[in-house]
Design a protein around this ligand. Structure first.
Ligand code: ZN
Length: 498
């Protein structure tokens, strides 16, 4: 792409208003597939998790996965949607090698959930995102194009197909056109997908790993000349697989479409591919209209008619919404925006909440998890949750510090012991003999020994040069193997030399 083919972002926004449409596919974390009992486990040997149903063999009959329907209803409720009292699956007919049946079992004009809305915040401004629908469908298999430079089919020598993913339950969440975001459009799209990721994680319905494809976003955008209200022609950038890419891809598409329109051209309705390395989109296939899929109701599956009682039971299982919970915890803990942002970025929210519940102060819990433990997790290439220490144990370490049994330095050794599997903090203090020595006799002996060993320094302190006490305190602490309270040592020393 040359500079002439894209417009400066600010220039583009001066002439056009972007309108977004986001389609997010979520793979559910059910144990089995949408219409058969095959495992959905990620990363298995290719084509080891298949059966006649998900291979689409003639005569095989699908059966709906009840757990997937339950997840779909909970997602719909969390998005503020109405839940259909009665809905059906439909066949979406098209040919593609990763679709053995030549149709995808999906939902068309009868989605299980519709008409929702969520509110997200960007730079202190609230944006209401209206949800058109959340419907159930099955995932396709995965094609691997071998021999080309890009991993795409162009230039490949041959292609391999893995049907393990075929039939994995998917929920597709579609927004209504999102207007009025102006220059913030890319940030709003990113914030919305980030919001969805947190929401779906808190519902426990998906792994929501964008890098593994369990959360995928197709980003639609079109431009309206300022002052008009008619929607422009949109493009759909497919499978953008990170939050940052969503923002970058939309920013690029807005600049590209603005350049096309500004030069008197027409935007083509098409899918586009995002190139992460080059930072640009390129045309894919021209977008077919919905009727080309020849949708019709799936004759092999009974309709789904969730009872109102069941829906209300599921509503009662909804967790506190992430944004509400974040606001509540930040206020309860008294963290600044920046401190709380670090907690979120460090994936330490749940751990800190549990540590506080176990009796530690929020500040202490944050300190241990985001400094000492984050450093160790980083060194071992582990998630914080994978460390061999529990929030209850971290709270116990802090309790020992607060009681004066250990100091911060000894606490790090206690954490060493817990991580090494030596038991609870109290056990490690006992077995490693780490408690601060409070026996005044031992402390006095160490102080006297230090004074005797360094008479020059002692004389300086007697002459009023208090800073000379530092060297003596250091030698007492060494003598006590760090297990003394430095402030107490200082008081005792100055007392002796006064
Ligand atoms: Zn199967």
């Amino acid at each position: 792409m040359t500079a002439a083919e894209i417009l400066d972002y600010d220039d583009a926004l001066a002439s056009y208003d972007p309108v977004l449409g986001l389609e997010v596919h979520v793979e559910l974390n059910t144990h089995s597939k949408m219409f058969c009992g095959c495992s959905t486990k990620f990363g298995a040997e290719p084509n080891t998790q298949t059966c006649p149903v998900c291979l689409g063999l003639p005569g095989s009959l699908p059966v709906v996965n009840g757990a997937a329907v339950e997840s779909a209803i909970r997602i719909g409720l969390a998005l503020g949607c109405e839940i259909a009292p009665w809905c059906r699956f439909a066949r979406k007919n098209y040919f593609y090698p990763d679709m053995t049946k030549d149709f995808q079992t999906s939902q068309y004009d009868e989605p299980i959930a519709y008409n929702g809305s969520v509110t997200i915040e960007v730079d202190g401004v609230d944006y209401v995102i209206e949800i058109e629908r959340a419907h159930m469908e099955e995932d396709a298999g995965k094609l691997l194009h071998v021999g080309g430079a890009t991993g795409r089919i162009q230039g490949a020598e041959y292609s391999l197909i893995d049907y393990n993913r075929a039939g994995v339950p998917l929920i597709e969440i579609v927004t209504k056109p999102i207007r009025g975001t102006g220059a913030n459009a890319p940030e709003v799209a990113k914030a919305y997908v980030s919001f969805l990721r947190d929401l779906l994680r808190s519902l426990g319905v998906s792994d929501v790993r964008m890098e593994q494809g369990s959360l995928r976003c197709d980003a639609n955008v079109s431009l309206m000349p300022k002052g008009t209200t008619e929607l422009g022609t949109r493009t759909e950038t497919k499978n953008v697989n990170s939050l940052r890419s969503i923002e970058r891809a939309l920013r690029y598409e807005i600049r590209r479409q603005a350049a096309v329109l500004a030069s008197g051209g027409r935007v083509h309705q098409e899918t586009r591919h995002w190139h992460e390395d080059g930072g640009y989109t390129s045309p894919g296939r021209s977008k077919v209209q919905a009727e080309d899929y020849r949708y019709f109701p799936e004759p092999d599956l009974v309709p789904i008619a969730p009872s109102r009682e069941w829906v209300e039971q599921l509503r009662a299982t909804l967790p506190e919404m992430p944004a509400v919970r974040n606001k509540r915890l930040q206020a309860e803990w008294g963290f600044t925006d920046r401190e709380f942002g670090d907690v979120i970025a460090g994936s330490a929210l749940d751990l800190i909440e549990a540590t506080v519940a176990a009796g530690a102060s929020a500040a202490a819990a944050r300190k241990w998890w985001l400094s000492e433990l984050a450093r160790r997790a980083n060194e071992a290439d582990l998630e914080l949750t994978e460390l061999n220490i529990t929030p209850v144990q971290v709270a116990a370490v802090q309790k020992l510090v607060d009681a004066g049994t250990i100091n911060d330095k000894l606490a790090r050794q206690v954490i060493d012991g817990v991580l090494a599997g030596e038991g609870d903090p109290e056990d490690v203090v006992a077995s490693r003999n780490l408690a601060v020595v409070s026996d005044s006799g031992a402390l006095e002996a160490a102080v006297d020994k230090a004074i005797a060993a360094d008479p020059d320094a002692a004389q300086k302190v007697r002459d009023g040069k208090v800073q000379a006490a530092g060297a003596l305190i250091g030698s007492v602490m060494r003598e006590m193997r760090g297990q003394a309270d430095a402030a107490a040592v200082r008081t005792l020393l100055l007392d002796r030399l006064s």
